[in-house]
Write a protein that binds this ligand. Structure first.
Ligand SMILES: NC(=O)c1ccc[n+]([C@@H]2O[C@H](COP(=O)([O-])OP(=O)(O)OC[C@H]3O[C@@H](n4cnc5c(N)ncnc54)[C@H](O)[C@@H]3O)[C@@H](O)[C@H]2O)c1
Length: 390
């Protein structure tokens, strides 16, 4: 019966923050029939945004929405809501995530999971009081089939001794100085981390999952566009870091290697490029959303040739779908797969999940905060700084 409506656990969701990402969830939930053989399904019954025009989209586009609020506390009092997706600006993460956890609702929050390390610590401390509540962070890129292939090779120990790792997430729309200012360019709403807080957990998610915790960091942070149109005919200062390059020293139980992470808002030509490159003595491999269906690999044996193989990866996702293996996987597919992983964990528990790759954990987010906090100090002092608390 798995996969039929009768056998499915329906998880009733409230969405807090009905902007860009809130709508992405609504879209993923609306095409749940894309997934095959899952015994769970989200149903968005409530939507909340401080701005009423944002919730009106939900009222029109999501027929299952029965409740609309402008104050998230009203949504949390609704006993019909089992779980919440919260996608609001970073300065609101701490207060709202804590209230969601206290209300006993499962939470998929957005990165960076608190505007700074202290806010992140407060959220994690609240979680300890409610172990019955499942709390995860959004981070969808590891669900691309090419990224999953790399994770499989890491888990199989195929790389040999790791020589070097490079991972990044690059955008370019901020190259246009005419792009108006928004909350993501202001310290009060986005945080001191700037582009690291915005993009960094995406980059660190797989290294953290592999146990590749940076021990120290030398960071180079840059501001490229100093001011932007304020929407009222004037100009406003851009306060946050545009680009960050973090050179890290990783030590695992049996290896040490350099890892270079970069988060860039201004990387000319890159619209939404997430990538990971691993060089090893037995295997090197690369995946980038720039070429979303290709994985490059270079297996090596001493004395053998050093030839890169570039192969199209089939549409082979964590959760089965109706899509044929010859078709391409894209951003919205990765969002759908991430949502399947979260709902799977809520419905079946961590140990009962239909596949093993769970969403990013708050502890992995805490690791990213430890790195970004050290990176700010490194940039300010010009020194290599130890990463503490990850
Ligand atoms: N996973 C991803 O790929 C991804 C991509 C973009 C953004 N994000 C993250 O998602 C979060 C939201 O970003 P976004 O791009 O959707 O922003 P957005 O500005 O498009 O949407 C945020 C929404 O929150 C609402 N809001 C503000 N204060 C509120 C309050 N007190 N109560 C209820 N709603 C309130 C705003 O009115 C707005 O509609 C951030 O944490 C961001 O880092 C994740």
């Amino acid at each position: 019966m798995a996969g039929t409506e009768a056998a499915r656990k329906i998880i009733r969701f409230g969405v807090i923050g009905c902007g860009l990402m809130g709508k992405e969830f609504a879209s993923a939930a609306a095409r749940w029939c894309h997934l095959s053989d899952v015994n769970f399904e989200p149903r968005i019954i409530a939507a909340c945004d401080a701005n009423a025009s944002a919730t009106s989209w939900f009222e029109q586009a999501v027929p299952s929405v029965k409740y609309v609020y402008t104050d998230y506390k009203d949504l949390l009092e609704n006993p019909e809501v089992d779980a919440v997706y919260c996608a609001v600006p970073h300065h609101l993460h701490e207060r709202i995530y804590i209230d969601i956890i206290r209300a006993g609702k499962h939470l998929l929050g957005e990165k960076p999971f608190g505007i700074d390390q202290e806010a992140n610590r407060q959220i994690l401390s609240e979680m300890k009081a409610r172990p019955d509540v499942i709390v995860r962070s959004s981070s969808e890129f590891p669900f691309f089939p090419g990224a999953m292939q790399i994770t499989k090779w890491v888990n199989e120990g195929r790389f040999g001794r790791i020589i070097e790792v490079e991972a990044g997430f690059w955008h370019s729309s901020d190259l246009d100085p005419r792009k108006p200012i928004n909350w993501k360019r202001r310290i009060a709403t986005n945080g001191e981390y700037g582009c690291m807080g915005d993009l960094g957990l995406h980059v660190l998610h797989l290294p953290m999952r592999y146990g590749w915790h940076p021990r120290n960091v030398r960071a180079l942070l840059s501001k490229v566009v100093e001011e932007r149109p304020d929407g009222n005919g004037g100009m406003a200062p851009c306060e946050t870091w545009d680009n960050a390059i973090l050179a890290c020293d990783v030590r695992t139980a049996d290896q040490s290697f350099p890892m270079v992470l970069s988060t860039k808002r201004i990387a000319p030509g890159h619209a939404n490029t997430w990538f990971i490159r691993i060089q090893g003595t037995k295997l090197s491999a690369e995946f980038s959303t720039k070429n979303p269906k290709q994985v490059a690999s270079l297996p090596y044996e001493p004395g053998g040739s050093q030839a890169w193989h570039v192969a199209d990866v089939p549409y082979q996702s964590a959760y089965g779908t109706i899509t044929g293996g010859i078709f391409e996987f894209g951003f919205s597919d990765s969002i759908l797969q991430m949502w399947a992983a979260f709902c799977d964990e809520v419905a079946n528990g961590k140990d009962g999940m239909l596949q093993p790759f769970h969403c990013a954990t708050p502890e992995e987010a805490a690791g990213s905060h430890a790195l970004f906090t050290a990176a700010l100090e490194s940039h300010a002092t010009g020194q290599t700084v130890n990463v503490i608390g990850g």
